[in-house]
Each structure stands twice: as C-alpha cells, then as structure tokens.
Design a protein around this ligand. Structure first.
Ligand SMILES: NC(=O)C1=CN([C@@H]2O[C@H](COP(=O)(O)OP(=O)(O)OC[C@H]3O[C@@H](n4cnc5c(N)ncnc54)[C@H](O)[C@@H]3O)[C@@H](O)[C@H]2O)C=CC1
Ligand SMILES: CC(=O)[C@H](N)C(=O)O
Length: 372
C-alpha cells in the first residue's frame, strides 16, 4: 500500500482528526486555557514551585528529549541543560543548551552541575533491556557505575535526583498481574539487575545521607520519538511501520501482554513526583501503570483506523524471554494516593495521537492543487 493511500485513509478517519497535537517547544503557558489541552496539566504544575535548574543525562534519548521540551514549556528555555555522549542530529539545534557528558566520568557531571548552577539531576543515560543483553560489560558500566557517579554528585552538591527504574526490575518469580511496589525482585536481565541496584543504592543514599532520591518504575513508554533498544520498542515501531508500510512484523508472540504508558502521562509522572512534598512520599520508588495490551490487541486498534493494516509475527527468542519474565500490569495505588498520579491516555487515545503526530512527521504535506 502506498504511503499516500495510507495517508488518505488516516485523514478520513474521524478519530485521527479529533486530537490536538501536543508539542512543548515554547514557553507559552498562556496559550493553554482549555483543561482538555494536555499542556494545561503542565501549566498548572508550573505554578506550584520556583523554577528548577535541571541537568538531564542521556538527554538525546527517547525520554530526555521529551522531558526537556516539557521543562522548557513549564519553566522557560534556560531551565534545562541536556547532555549525552551522542551528537545532536543535524537540524536539532533546539536541543540546547547542550554539553558532552560521559556518565562514566564523574568529573564531567560535576563540571556541568557547577558551571550551570544545577539543583536537579535527571539521570536518563542507560542501556535498555535488549541492547544490555547484547553488551553486558558495557551495561554494567553505564547502568551501574553511571548511577554510582550520579548519586555521589547529588550527595556532594545536595541535588534532587531522579533515576527511573522499570518493569524490568521485576522477574519471573514476581507476581505478574497487579504487581505491587514491594514484592519479589529477581530480574533475569542485566538491565533489570542494574535497575534493582539503582533503586537500592538510591534508597540507601536517601536513608544514609538524606539525598533527595526519587524514582519511578516506568512501563514501556510510547512516544513519537525513536526508542533506544528495549523489549517494548515494538509498541512504537508498529505506528511507524503502519504509516510508512501498512504492515508490521512483530518480534513478540501475539498474546504477550505488557504494561505501557503514553509519553505525556509519563512526563507528567516525573514532574508530579519531583514536585511532591517530601512528607507526602511513603516510598522513594513507585510503580506507575498506564494501560496493558498484547500485540494482537494493538494491531486490532490500528486496524480500526487503517483496515488494510497487516501484522505478521517473527518471534525473537531473546526479547520474548524478557517479556515473559515481566509483569503484565502494575499496581500503582501508592502513586495515586501519595502524589495524585492519574494517567489520561488509554490505548485508543494513544493510537489517535500517535497517528496524528507521526503522520505529520513522516508524510510530506500534499501539494495544493494550482488554481486554474
Ligand atoms: N523508554 C522506555 O520505555 C523506558 C525507559 N526507562 C528508563 O528511562 C531512562 C531513559 O530511557 P530512554 O530515553 O528510553 O533511553 P534511550 O536509549 O533512548 O536513551 C539513553 C541515552 O543514554 C545515552 N548514553 C549511553 N551511554 C552513555 C554514557 N556512557 N554516558 C552518557 N550517556 C550515555 C545514549 O546516547 C542515549 O541518548 C533509562 O534509564 C531507561 O531505563 C524505563 C522504563 C521504560
Ligand atoms: C520497559 C523498559 O524498561 C524499556 N522500554 C525496555 O523495553 O527495555
């Protein structure tokens, strides 16, 4: 099927035209007067605290770019410094201010903190589950030593520090449905092992030194940015493939259920947790859940918007084994109770916005017919 045909089938789908696009590229809170605009949530949250000065490590990754946009929207362009070992892609000068930080070099983290007067450190540098299995020594260094460096810098300079964890911090002996915050954590991937280490070390720094460590166990995050090499990546790739090819070859079995969350909700969770008063926090590491689905369920949701969409399966044994060891859904009662976690996106709403954002990004606009 040609991309033009796909585009026209999308444009005639009512659902795809009802969602407003969410872009956080400017500090323009006065624009969001409607409470149905997702930016409204960030505008409201920005009223509650003085602007932080944030350093994001791994800032060119899937979540770093998104959070930088939200923070700039909330607090202005100078509120955030992005860092990474990768170079900014051509045409991405808006990902600034930017500096090189290899997370294995503690001095470069310290220099960025001091030079930019940072008070909040968001540590996103990591090797994700699938990439981690293909290079265990590097995953141990980046995910293990990286966390050690970040926590030491946070302790030394008295910074608030956010280090995400993941559903990958659980394993096959964890209860898989409605997984609670406190339960068995015996992961079987190097990614999971290093994430349990990050949770425990962060909580140790909090108890021992009073370092303001906060963490969330994210499900797979769905956004219009390219994913970094995890097991849940298919849930993003499927939208790219649907729009560009009309089909997707899935590396997981059709019945593999995993928890996911849409980007805007995920970013909201980070901001809400960072802004929560310390006395409200009964935990330092919380589960958050968006919605759960299987590959065959997301394929059906895509087919509602694109009836010609075809899904085939070629199971990757390594990724399937990882997915089979992860929870199918998380219990996020504590996050809801302690700091009002309240996700707005379900699978249908996520599909709507992914089609809207990716159609605009991937398909060139139709040339206007010349007036005769
Ligand atoms: N995206 C998701 O679905 C989920 C992500 N998370 C966590 O959120 C955090 C961010 O994830 P993503 O943005 O998706 O990852 P990503 O893979 O897209 O980005 C990671 C970034 O880390 C950088 N990096 C790698 N080695 C580095 C080093 N030595 N020094 C500095 N930077 C280095 C990479 O260049 C990359 O830009 C990670 O800790 C991840 O475990 C947790 C659960 C779900
Ligand atoms: C859920 C995650 O931590 C990540 N997306 C991965 O699949 O590795």
């Amino acid at each position: 099927m040609s991309s033009r045909r796909i585009a026209s089938s999308l444009l005639t789908t009512p659902a795809a035209t009802t969602v407003s696009s969410v872009r956080f590229t400017q500090h323009t809170p006065k624009l969001c007067t409607s409470s149905s605009d997702p930016r409204h949530r960030f505008h409201q949250l920005s009223q509650h605290a003085p602007a932080p000065k944030v350093l994001i490590t791994g800032g060119l990754g899937q979540l770093g770019r998104s959070l930088a946009n939200v923070l700039k929207y909330m607090y202005g362009p100078d509120s955030v410094v992005l860092s990474d070992i990768a170079r900014r892609p051509a045409g991405h000068d808006h990902l600034s201010p930017f500096c090189y930080i290899n997370i294995l070099d503690k001095t470069s983290v310290e220099a960025a903190v001091v030079n930019n007067n940072i008070d909040t450190l968001i540590h996103f540098s990591a090797l994700l589950s699938a990439v981690g299995e293909s290079n265990v020594p590097l995953a141990l260094k980046v995910n293990g030593q990286g966390v050690e460096n970040v926590l030491e810098v946070a302790r030394t300079y008295n910074l608030k520090v956010f280090i995400p964890s993941t559903i990958g911090a659980f394993g096959p002996t964890t209860p898989r449905d409605g997984t609670p915050d406190i339960t068995v954590q015996r992961p079987r991937t190097i990614y999971g092992v290093t994430k349990v280490y990050a949770e425990l070390l962060g909580e140790y720094y909090f108890e021992r030194f009073g370092t303001d460590f906060r963490s969330l166990r994210f499900p797979g995050v769905i956004s219009d940015t390219n994913p970094g090499g995890g097991t849940t990546d298919y849930a993003i790739q499927i939208f790219y493939d649907a729009i560009l090819k009309g089909s997707h070859e899935c590396y997981l079995r059709p019945d593999t259920e995993l928890p996911m969350v849409y980007d805007t909700d995920c970013m909201t969770s980070v901001i809400q947790l960072l802004l929560a008063p310390a006395e409200k926090l009964s935990l330092r590491t919380y589960n958050i859940q968006g919605f759960s689905f299987t590959p065959e369920q997301i394929a059906a949701v895509i087919r509602k918007r694109m009836p010609e969409f075809e899904m085939t399966y070629k199971v990757c044994p390594m990724r399937q084994k990882i997915a089979d060891s992860w929870p199918r859904s998380l219990d996020d009662t504590n996050a809801r109770h302690d700091w009002n976690w309240d996700p707005k996106y379900d699978l249908e709403k996520t599909a709507d916005i992914m089609f809207e954002l990716l159609t605009a990004k991937l398909l060139p606009p139709q040339p206007k017919l010349a007036t005769l």
